[in-house]
Design a protein around this ligand. Structure first.
Ligand code: FAD
Length: 602
């Protein structure tokens, strides 16, 4: 471990964005110091997350439609599919920077899949017209992290592991001048980059690694920075026990969705008299769109599952027998024509016609083995408990095209940053974003730190201690995670936001007993509490549905209110007032500054 207490550029985080930023800052001639909460390679999403086939989006030299302007189609997808609530100048920067980011990683040895001519293989994802998703397989993010980590080590960049940053230290003019650590140390800096990732642990069920508690979001807010688009969080139905995203083949096998009392409930969420084949066609479609989204009609499945949970029930996928009324001969085969692994099957003949498990085995046998290894033996009649799980924060600390936040000297990149992505974030753009904005943050922070150093960091603000009966901090965290799941996941309502904020503020007003949980756990829980308050506030400020934000006029309503275009093509920007309370400004994002290559529809 390198003991060094100052640098031109201090980078908080050890994920893909942080490491790319550190390398770029060093290339720009700055001294750097990376501070990371865990051990490098054993913490954060880039190092640890994996899924079916992780994507890295890039418009490369051979990417369709080709030509020097191909980036425009990519930028337009980010902006259009995002629902026109992100900053279009950031979409342009991402799209234009993606090829360089890909080639940098390729050069570092990331084993991207390639054709015989050595060109990256690319596939289509989430509403994009052109194939841009590069990949190595289920571990694309981990391969990216390995390559960056090796490079950081090879070049001997200074690194402090197992340290937790808790605050940005400001000088008298309000410029970032360093970072305070949980152990009380101050690390001085010419510029600070926050690359602390998303805040998945704000939710009860999430697919984030431990430690992802939104510390950077909280640090930025306390320093006075703007945060944006916090109501847009990627959430989808997942296995509670294994965290597996339950889409794709699991839905396409047409399981029964049942409550703990073995009651099928899907039909309750469709208009009375809807034929079963119409309901099961929607269930099949859910397989192609894991994150809940207003623009994707299969969100009715997420709403149905969540509404049952609201009633205090557990919800399960059961593969032991067919759902009521399923007759595959009544469903139009055009539904599955573009899925070769389904289209090749004799779905209307026994045994596939009669058993979800047989269908799942025929479509995706490894998934059955994968679940069995983790204690869910579908062949023995085990079921998969479902709940909405949080996977990605689309919004975050507001940045501009230089990755600068609204606090001078403070930069942000990766999932901690916001404004680049809209309501929906097409798969593959987050890993790419971490590399493009990581590089820019490093370059810009280095340039600032080396030309104009900040003043002396002011002392840490001391907040008055709350009074009253103490509550165990572990109980605080559990209650916040639960209220976020109930009020800020699949169904959002004015009543829910109000109840959530009231409970949250009640918890924050009481002293928290750390007992043996430790100071770091306490500081992380403070981050979660602040992020939760910001997310709930942002949800309450958007009285329409868009992307993952489904807004209902009552907790027991089952049809979300409509998207309002162009009225709500706006973003919610949060910042603290002089007393540290959350204020909100609703404004139009930056419009496209390039000539449109294709018609952007609403
Ligand atoms: C299951 C899953 C699948 C995904 N699939 C895709 C995909 O296919 N394509 C895609 O583009 N995106 C995907 N994503 C999203 C993408 O992987 C992430 O957005 C991206 O890796 C985030 O990188 P990051 O560097 O910003 O954050 P991370 O990699 O999460 O790194 C954050 C770092 O900050 C450190 N840290 C946090 N707080 C502190 C603190 N207080 N002090 C010091 N250090 C701190 C952490 O320890 C960690 O090292 C997926 C995400 C998940 C969870």
């Amino acid at each position: 471990m390198v003991e060094r207490q100052s640098a031109d550029v201090v980078i908080v985080g050890g994920g893909g964005a942080a490491l790319r930023a550190a390398l770029a800052a060093r290339d720009a001639g700055a001294s750097v110091l990376i501070l990371t909460k865990g051990e490098l390679g054993k913490a954060g999403v880039t190092a640890l997350a994996c899924s079916d086939r992780m994507a890295f989006h890039a418009t490369l030299e051979h990417t369709e439609p080709g030509g020097p302007d191909a980036w425009r189609y990519h930028a337009e997808d980010i902006y259009r599919i995002g629902g026109r609530v992100s900053d279009a100048d950031l979409a342009r920067v991402l799209a234009q920077g993606a090829a360089e980011a890909f080639h940098y990683l390729d050069h570092l040895g990331v084993p991207f899949a390639k054709d015989e001519a050595g060109r990256a293989d690319q596939f289509v994802t989430d509403g994009s017209k052109y194939a841009r998703a590069c990949y190595t397989g289920p571990h694309t993010a981990n391969h990216i992290h390995d390559a960056l980590r090796n490079e950081v080590r090879r070049r001997g960049l200074p690194l402090l592991e197992n340290v937790m940053a808790v605050d940005v230290a400001l000088d008298a003019s309000g410029r970032a001048a360093g970072v305070r650590l949980a152990d009380g140390r101050l690390v001085r800096a010419g510029a600070v980059i926050l690359a602390t990732g998303g805040a998945g642990l704000a939710y009860e069920v999430n697919v984030f690694p431990e430690g992802m508690t939104g510390d950077g979001h909280a640090m930025a807010f306390r320093a006075g920075a703007d945060l944006v688009n916090l109501e847009f969080i990627q959430i989808g139905l997942s296995s509670v026990k294994t965290k597996l995203a339950c889409s794709g083949s699991l839905m396409r096998a047409w399981p029964r969705l049942v409550t703990g009392e073995d009651r099928e409930f899907l039909a309750d969420y469709f208009p009375a008299g809807t034929p079963p084949e119409d309901i099961y066609a929607v269930l099949f479609r859910k397989g192609a769109s894991w994150p809940v989204s207003y623009e994707e009609p299969s969100h009715v499945i997420d709403v149905a599952v969540f509404s049952e949970m609201q009633k205090g029930r557990t919800v399960w996928m059961d593969f032991s027998r067919n759902p009521a009324g399923l007759d595959l001969s009544r469903i139009d085969p055009a539904l599955w024509a573009k899925y070769p692994n389904v289209a090749r099957l004799r779905l209307t003949e026994s045994p596939l016609a009669d058993s979800p498990l047989e269908r799942l085995k025929a479509i995706n046998l490894p998934s059955v083995a994968w679940l069995a290894e983790r204690g869910i033996d579908l062949a023995a009649g085990d079921r998969i408990e479902l709940a909405p799980a949080c996977q990605h924060f689309q919004g975050g600390i507001k940045i501009d095209t230089r990755a600068a936040t609204t606090v001078p000297g403070l930069f942000a990149c990766g999932e901690a940053a916001g404004g680049q992505h809209g309501a929906n974030r097409p798969g593959g753009n987050a890993l790419m974003d971490s590399q493009v904005m990581g590089r820019i943050a490093g370059e810009q922070a280095a340039a600032l730190a080396r030309t104009a150093p900040p003043g002396e960091p002011a002392g840490a603000a001391v907040e008055p201690a709350p009074r009253g009966q103490a509550v165990d901090v572990r109980e605080v965290r559990r209650r916040i995670q639960h209220l976020m799941t109930m009020y800020a996941s699949i169904k959002r309502t004015a009543q829910g936001v109000k109840a959530g904020l009231a409970e949250l503020r009640g918890l924050r007003a009481r002293p928290w007993d750390t007992a043996d949980a430790g100071d770091a756990f306490l500081a992380e829980t403070q981050s979660i509490a602040l992020v939760a308050e910001m997310v709930l506030t942002a949800c309450g400020a958007r009285p329409e549905s868009r992307g993952p934000h489904l807004w209902f006029n009552a907790p027991d309503a089952i049809t979300p209110l409509p998207r309002k275009d162009p009225e709500w093509q706006k973003c919610n920007v949060l910042r603290p007032d002089d007393d540290g309370a959350i204020t909100i400004e609703t404004r139009r994002p930056v419009e496209p500054d390039w000539e449109l290559a294709q018609k952007i529809d609403a």
